[in-house]
Design a protein around this ligand. Structure first.
Ligand code: PXP
Length: 258
C-alpha cells in the first residue's frame, strides 16, 4: 500500500489529472495514416483513471487535427480541455466543438513546445473578448501563465476563472541539474499557487512534469489539476499507457497526501 492510500480518506486531497494526448498524434503524423489513434489513447488513459483529456489544436496542425478534436468531444465521456491560441479561427472551432474547457496558450510556429506563459501583462485588451465569448458559451477558461504575481493580477483583471502555472522552467532546471535555479523556480510556483488562491483563481499546473516532479508539486495545497502529456506518452513505450497513467495518479496522490 502506498503512503497516500494509507491516509484516512478525509485527509487525502484529490488533484485531477488531465492527460495530454498530443504526442500520440505526433507519432501518427510521422507516418501519415491513422495509427496510433489519439482517441484510443484518450480512452485508455480514462480507463486507467485519468480525470480528463487535454489536446492542443495548433495553428499548423502538427499533431492534433480538427477531426481528432471532433472525435474526442463526441466519443469520450469525460471533460475535454481544448488548448488553443487566442485567434479568431480557434475561437470559432472551440465554439463549434464546445469542449468542457479551453486553455489559452501562446503559440509560436517555430517552437517545439509551448515555451512560456501567455503574454497576459499588457495583453488584457486583446484577451478579454476571447475569455468573454468562451465563458458566455459556458466553457471553462484557463490562462497558461508564468508563475508570477504580475501575470496572476492580469489573469484576475481578464476575469479568467482558472490559471495554469507553467512548470517548464522548474522541470527543465531539475533535468539539467541546476539545483539552485530549480529551487528558485519552485519557490515561484509555490508563491504563485498561494497568490492564485488568494485572488480566488482556480489553480492548475503543467509542462514537463514526470513522476517525481508531479509528486513534489502535488504537495502545494492550492493545486486542483495537473495536465501532463509528453512524459506519460514516452513512458508508455516502456510500461504501457495504462501503467504510466496509474503510476502518475499514485505519484500525485502521494504528493497531495504528503
Ligand atoms: N499544459 C499546457 C498548457 C501545455 O501547453 C502543455 C504542453 O502541450 C502541457 C500542459 C503538457 O506538457 P507536457 O507535454 O510537457 O507534459
Amino acid at each position: 500500500m502506498s503512503p497516500a492510500s494509507r491516509l484516512p480518506p478525509e485527509t487525502r486531497r484529490k488533484i485531477r489529472l488531465g492527460v495530454n494526448i498530443d504526442h500520440v498524434a505526433t507519432l501518427r503524423n510521422a507516418r501519415g495514416g491513422f495509427a496510433p489513434d489519439p482517441l484510443r489513447a484518450a480512452q485508455a488513459a480514462l480507463k486507467a483513471g485519468a480525470d480528463g483529456i487535454t489536446a492542443h489544436l495548433r495553428e499548423d496542425r502538427r499533431h492534433i487535427n480538427d477531426e481528432d478534436m471532433r472525435r474526442l468531444k463526441h466519443s469520450i465521456d469525460a471533460p475535454l480541455n481544448f488548448e488553443m491560441a487566442a485567434t479568431e479561427q480557434m475561437l470559432d472551432i472551440a465554439l463549434r466543438i464546445m469542449p468542457h474547457a479551453c486553455c489559452l496558450v501562446p503559440e509560436k510556429r517555430t517552437e517545439r513546445t509551448t515555451e512560456g506563459g501567455l503574454d497576459v501583462v499588457g495583453g488584457e485588451k486583446y484577451l478579454i473578448p476571447f475569455v468573454n465569448e468562451l465563458l458566455r458559451a459556458k466553457i471553462r477558461v484557463s490562462l497558461f501563465i508564468e508563475p508570477s504575481f504580475e501575470a496572476l493580477a492580469a489573469a484576475k483583471a481578464i476575469r479568467a476563472p482558472v490559471v495554469e502555472l507553467h512548470t517548464g522552467a522548474w522541470c527543465h532546471a531539475l533535468e539539467i541539474g541546476e539545483t539552485e535555479k530549480a529551487g528558485a523556480e519552485f519557490s515561484k510556483l509555490r508563491a504563485a499557487a498561494a497568490e492564485a488562491a488568494r485572488l480566488g483563481l482556480e489553480c492548475h499546473a503543467g509542462h514537463g512534469l514526470d513522476f517525481k516532479t508531479a509528486r513534489t508539486i502535488a504537495a502545494l495545497p492550492e493545486l486542483v489539476e495537473l495536465n501532463i502529456g509528453h512524459f506519460l506518452i514516452g513512458e508508455a513505450i516502456f510500461i504501457g499507457l495504462d501503467a504510466s497513467v496509474r503510476q502518475m495518479i499514485e505519484a500525485i496522490a502521494e504528493g497531495a497526501g504528503a
